[in-house]
Design a protein around this ligand. Structure first.
Ligand SMILES: Cc1cc2nc3c(=O)[nH]c(=O)nc-3n(C[C@H](O)[C@H](O)[C@H](O)COP(=O)(O)OP(=O)(O)OC[C@H]3O[C@@H](n4cnc5c(N)ncnc54)[C@H](O)[C@@H]3O)c2cc1C
Length: 422
């Protein structure tokens, strides 16, 4: 059975691992990056808290001892389902079964001005670009005398009050408080403003009321200016305009306010639903297809418990992959009793800063806040990271950070103008 998996994220990687060294199955795992990315910690890369390599893991290394999983570094451009072919920039791949696990990308909702000027954070490279931008802004501010121009360079607007927006705003506020004044003693960081704009009436709207309440309190404690019911109308690179007509002067907007599924060409438009997700049945099989499946963020599945689709989180992606792997083994053995997927929500969490986090557990209903929640958050993230070395490095980094209130990752890797073109 020749299985091609597109995407080595949470879903694709889990599926390939679950099928590793299974007799009768050949797996080709295709990704446009040669490493797995741990997205929940992107914000720490963007705020110079972790090195990018600490949250990335080479896909080839996962399968060193594999007899049946092969990796291809390629960007998939289309699927030709009538020919069982995946089209990529390095050639075509044939499959018996195809799994689309391409995740999601930033959604700018068609606003091209915003897209050109705002900073998304959906891959490691984008997280690094945010870090460079933030540091370069301060370097630029150093050589200015105009107070307003300096303030504008020091103002950061984060859009989207979900976990990503909350986490990066909190991390920026801690950077402003503990780290930046030591690096740039010439600058008065009291003038640095961090805004968090949220379109609904509360931060962490998908979590419990308590989580919303405490996340807001924590953000305010750290000095983040949180604006709820605030809809960004546009950002032209120098000014954020809100729907109510008010403006914020800044050249840095971090956009964490929407995602859309990465659907390769060749998928019938009639089964692509809200959020650009591919409609699948309870077995993750793409509707109207015999041998194409979709998993994780790009898949949209309705179940009795989740009639509007599952949340786009790592746990759903991982668990869908586990169930599909088992079903592939059953198909291989000509068994009919395939297992339908249902998601068991184990809880959600977000961290705002040191000792400041919120955790909701659904069954039994429990809420944690403060340092206990922060420890739960850290433990779970360490557990989910791929690679023992990465876990150790992240853990050591966090301890070092905790004790020293500092980190030594504020490096701007950019090509000097005199560099030779390669
Ligand atoms: C900043 C951020 C923070 C998050 N925090 C959390 C959190 O705290 N908890 C949580 O549960 N979830 C969190 N999420 C969501 C979580 O990361 C996703 O739900 C999860 O990654 C989905 O897994 P996936 O396998 O569907 O897609 P991904 O993990 O996104 O993997 C998709 C893979 O497909 C590859 N790919 C895409 N298109 C192509 C193509 N055309 N050709 C080749 N390869 C392609 C990509 O390179 C990527 O490796 C966060 C997401 C972000 C962006």
């Amino acid at each position: 059975m020749k299985i091609v998996i597109i995407g080595g994220g949470f879903a694709g990687l889990k599926l390939a691992r679950s099928l590793n060294n299974k007799i009768g199955i050949e797996v080709t795992l295709i990704d446009k990056f040669n490493f797995h990315q741990f997205q929940p910690l992107f914000y720490q890369v963007a705020t110079a808290g972790l090195d990018a390599s600490n949250i990335s893991f080479p896909l080839r290394k996962v399968f060193h001892k594999s007899k049946n999983v092969r990796i291809r570094l390629a960007e998939v451009t289309a699927i030709q389902s009538d020919k069982n072919l995946v089209v990529t920039n390095i050639g075509n791949f044939e499959y018996d079964h195809l799994v689309i696990a391409t995740g999601a990308d930033t959604n700018f909702f068609g606003n091209t001005t915003l897209q050109q000027n705002a900073y998304p954070m959906k891959n490691t490279v984008e997280a690094l670009q945010i870090k460079y931008k933030l540091l370069q802004n301060i370097e630029n501010a150093l050589v200015l005398n105009d107070k307003d121009a300096i303030e504008k360079l020091l103002t950061v607007v984060v859009v989207g009050g979900g976990p990503t927006g909350v986490e990066i705003s909190g991390a920026l506020a801690e950077m402003k408080k503990y780290v930046l004044p030591k690096d740039y003693p010439e600058i008065n960081f009291a003038t640095m403003k961090i805004y968090l704009l949220e379109g609904t009436n509360r931060t962490l709207a998908a979590m419990s009321e308590k989580s919303s309440k405490y996340s807001l309190a924590y953000l305010q404690k750290l000095g983040v200016i949180v604006k709820t019911n605030a809809i960004l109308e546009n950002f032209d690179g120098t000014t954020v305009t809100l729907k109510d007509g008010s403006t914020i002067l800044t050249n840095t907007v971090i956009w964490a306010a929407g995602i859309k599924g990465n659907v390769p060409d060749g998928i019938d438009a009639s089964i692509i639903v809200r959020g650009n997700r591919i409609k699948v049945d309870r077995y993750n099989k793409v509707l109207n297809q015999k041998n194409i499946y979709a998993l994780g963020d790009v898949a949209y599945m309705e179940t009795p418990l989740y009639p509007n689709g599952h949340p786009q989180v790592a746990n759903v992606a991982i668990n869908q992959a586990k169930v599909l792997a088992n079903n592939f083994l059953k198909i291989l053995m000509f068994q009919q009793d395939l297992t339908p997927f249902e998601y068991k929500d184990k809880g959600s969490m977000a961290t705002v800063g040191r000792n400041l986090a919120v955790v909701d557990f659904p069954k039994p209903t429990m809420f944690f806040k403060g340092f206990i929640a922060w420890y739960i958050w850290m433990g779970l993230h360490l557990f989910l990271l791929v690679g023992v070395k990465n876990r150790i490095q992240v853990f050591v980094n966090w301890i070092y950070n905790y004790l020293t209130y500092d980190q030594d990752l504020r490096l701007i890797f950019k090509k000097p103008s005199s560099a030779k073109k390669v």
